[in-house]
Design a protein around this ligand. Structure first.
Ligand code: KG4
Ligand code: ZN
Length: 349
């Protein structure tokens, strides 16, 4: 027997498999994460220098069943307490998306539970409400390996993209600069570490693409090209690497901050906060620059804890919770899709 509890006691299982993290979580209606397990596939992909979609899909399939069982054990929950199952159906790598959706639907069918298909980006967009009870409207800066966008989050299912990258994502820029500097993948954390030891002996003037432009789009490919030219120059020495890493990091942070300032100017909305999510939010220089931008615009600054900034299942369960509460649930047979912009969610609901 499944009791549809009052919404506060509602308990949802989330499944996230859109990229290279396999994650499952149980989240309740009072914003408690009862349990979450996330398994990064770093070791599977590291020797290829990036995520291999086929390997990712197989790994998700291999790990999901025991992770779901472990998650229930950790939360001391059994199936009779669970009110529904949510899984990411897009955007992302198709193989992994299919594994998560088919597995989630199968479980839901077997347990006679509702299935909630979820947009991964909506998960990121609503995480600040799970972690910090953020109030609408807020400005979300999503900075990961695959996405860079400034989004006005006006309500559940109500997102307006103010700007996005026209070429590389911010994380991609970190990764590419790191590779040029001879660092391994993923490059962001390695570059940050290298930059921390920079002696400050050499100066590099790197471009700040689109600085001051009256729109909130981003561009990072010019920055990467400039770094490449410096590294390939005949007079470049190993001794200069640390300072170049620091200069690249600063240029990325300043570019993000400049673009976010424009997003504030563009939007007629009074935001309650600047929310920063995605793997690049782990970077201390980026964080400091954006905190300052939030201060200058007189809004709060929220970055969820790192485990909830990067890909995770709690945000998927939570997005489903928000949709249930707002009476905006999506059709359970929604197809998995590699592309699914947040702006399409606003039209859908
Ligand atoms: O959100 P995420 O974990 O995965 C997706 O892309 O969905 O973001 C990964 C990206 C990678 O490009 C990685 O290099 C970058 O975030 N990243 C960082 C740092 N930690 C992760 N970039 C700069 N500094 C860091 N400390
Ligand atoms: Zn993500």
């Amino acid at each position: 027997m499944h009791h549809i509890n009052n919404s506060a006691r509602m308990l949802l299982l989330g499944i996230e498999t859109s990229c290279d993290e396999t994650s499952v979580a149980l989240v309740d209606g009072e914003r408690q994460i009862r349990a979450q397990l996330t398994r990064s596939q770093l070791t599977e992909h590291v020797r290829f220098g990036g995520v291999v979609p086929e390997i990712a899909a197989r790994a998700h399939l291999q790990y999901l069943p025991r992770m779901v069982a472990e998650c229930l054990r950790e939360a001391k929950a059994d199936w009779t307490y669970i009110n529904g199952i949510a899984a990411t159906v897009g955007p992302g790598l198709m193989g992994g998306l299919l594994v998560g959706a088919v597995y989630g639907r199968g479980l839901a069918f077997a347990r006679s539970l509702p299935f909630y298909p979820i947009n991964h980006l909506e998960g990121h967009a609503l995480t600040a409400r799970l972690t910090d009870d953020a109030k609408f409207p807020y400005l979300l800066l999503l900075i990961s390996g695959g996405h860079t966008a400034a989004i006005s989050v006006r309500g559940v299912g109500d997102y307006h993209t103010l700007g996005e990258t026209r070429d590389d994502a911010a994380g991609e820029c970190f990764d590419k600069c790191a590779k040029l500097l001879g660092l391994g993948w993923p490059g962001g954390p390695a570059l940050e570490q290298l930059a921390a030891a920079a002696p400050g002996k050499y100066r590099f003037d790197l471009p700040h693409p689109m600085r001051g432009a009256r729109h909130a789009d981003f561009s990072f490919s010019g920055l990467k090209t400039a770094v490449r030219q410096i590294v390939r120059a005949p007079d470049f020495t190993d001794d200069q690497k640390l300072d170049l890493a620091a200069a690249a990091q600063t240029a990325i942070a300043e570019t993000l901050s400049d673009r976010v300032s424009q997003a504030f100017k563009l939007s007629p909305k009074i935001f309650t906060a600047l929310v920063v999510a995605g793997g690049v939010a782990a970077n201390q220089t980026v964080r400091a620059a954006l905190m300052k931008t939030a201060e200058q615009n007189c809004v709060g600054f929220i970055t969820p804890p790192l485990a909830l900034c990067t890909d995770n299942a709690a945000m998927i369960a939570w997005a489903a919770m928000e949709r249930v509460h707002a009476n905006l649930i999506l059709p359970p047979d929604l197809h998995s899709r590699p592309r699914w912009p947040l702006s399409a969610m606003t039209q859908a609901s």
